[in-house]
Design a binder for this molecule. Sequence first.
Ligand SMILES: Cc1cc2nc3c(=O)[nH]c(=O)nc-3n(C[C@H](O)[C@H](O)[C@H](O)COP(=O)(O)OP(=O)(O)OC[C@H]3O[C@@H](n4cnc5c(N)ncnc54)[C@H](O)[C@@H]3O)c2cc1C
Length: 439
Amino acid sequence: MSSTASGKSGTWRNWAGNVSARPVRDVTPASVEELSAAVRQAAEDGLRVKAVGAGHSFTAVAATDGLLIRPDLLTGIRKIDRAAGTVTVEAGTTLKRLNVALAREGLSLTNMGDIMEQTVSGATSTGTHGTGRDSASIAAQITALELVTADGSVLACSEKENPDVFAAARIGLGALGVVTAITFSVEPLFLLTAREEPMTFDEVTSTFDELHAENEHFEFYWFPHTGNCNTKRNNRSAGPEKPVGRISGLFEDEFLSNGLFQVANSLGRAVPATIPAIAKISSRALSARTYTDIPYKVFTSPRRVRFTEMEYAVPRAALVETLRELKAMIDRSPLRISFPVEVRTAPADDITLSTASDRDSAYIAVHMYKGTPHRAYFTAAERIFLAHEGRPHWGKLHTREAEYFAGIYPRFGEFTALRDRLDPDRRFGNDYLRRALGT
Ligand SMILES: Cc1cc2nc3c(=O)[nH]c(=O)nc-3n(C[C@H](O)[C@H](O)[C@H](O)COP(=O)(O)OP(=O)(O)OC[C@H]3O[C@@H](n4cnc5c(N)ncnc54)[C@H](O)[C@@H]3O)c2cc1C
């Protein structure tokens, strides 16, 4: 097992660059046995323990001052069970590798978020989601989990085996143990047709219920300082495959969404007064297009422009009102926002601390270009989300604490009681969890 003192490996930083940590040491276990031994050793040394994924969370949920467990050698597919329609993967496997491997086997996940750089365990631990009318977050596609608990033992869970652990550990916030393998439900590879289309804010908000009801995956972006939105509807298709053309794909995804967007954001950061004019241009730059491809190529795209983000889930029925309040707040404020606001949905699920737990949900995400102060915008937006019983994404910036979560999650006590049982000494604790879970 490789083990590096932090002095040699340096400081750990997240993708957005807003969180850093100096672990006492880090390890990269190559097997479940090595991982268990590392957890036991840390307990003997009195160190706290934290497994990290790809560092794509904006909160300090993955930060540790003790032992940092890296995912890099716990990767790959353990088993494909075609009869059961499941795949079991090692916890450190990236979503990208999983998706590519599944496609080669003629299989696919049902739903995805908008990138695939995260590890399967990192993504699911904070409730990473895409958009869906009927299909929920990535964690909701889990059928079984294996984790190493605080005493170093290996615990398996599913609906049938340790169901109380299964209910919570699919979105475990890294608080219940180190996940070593995840079994996902998969289905035969299918095609999705994406229809991207500009629409006005008034049109989208006045027809949101129909757009949501008529499409398997509906999402949209609204560009602050404009009345413009870009909508995206993904629906299953009988084919034929019609991928985004290489040249137009490069132009739209690389140049407009990444290259030109980067330049526009840099200009906006240097001269904020230019942002409304830039927003009007960039919101019109993307034209309507339709393409048909395998799911992960439709759901995900590269995100090279760095930013910080806050995202809240509100009851789906409250989406339009919440969004109109957000727009009104921005319109009457001196804020200058160069990043679009992203809106997605998820059906209610049964995971204890899922943002969609027992509630049909809509997500509103606000972003700020890296290096631009975000506090004033996020504070004002958060005030609006909280008035609508918002639940913050566990991996994205928020100011909420345990007392709030106890009120907004009916099963909060179930999660903390399980944590008391599995990790009484808070081996997997950190400052973020102390704030969010109360101890
Ligand atoms: C560009 C970008 C795009 C994004 N798009 C989306 C999106 O579309 N939808 C969405 O919902 N979110 C999105 N996110 C947020 C992101 O998916 C989550 O924050 C996710 O948790 C990050 O996964 P990670 O692998 O980087 O994990 P990390 O951020 O490294 O860790 C997240 C948590 O998982 C825990 N963890 C990691 N590995 C293990 C393990 N083996 N056992 C136990 N706990 C573990 C960590 O301790 C930590 O608590 C995006 C983030 C970025 C930067």
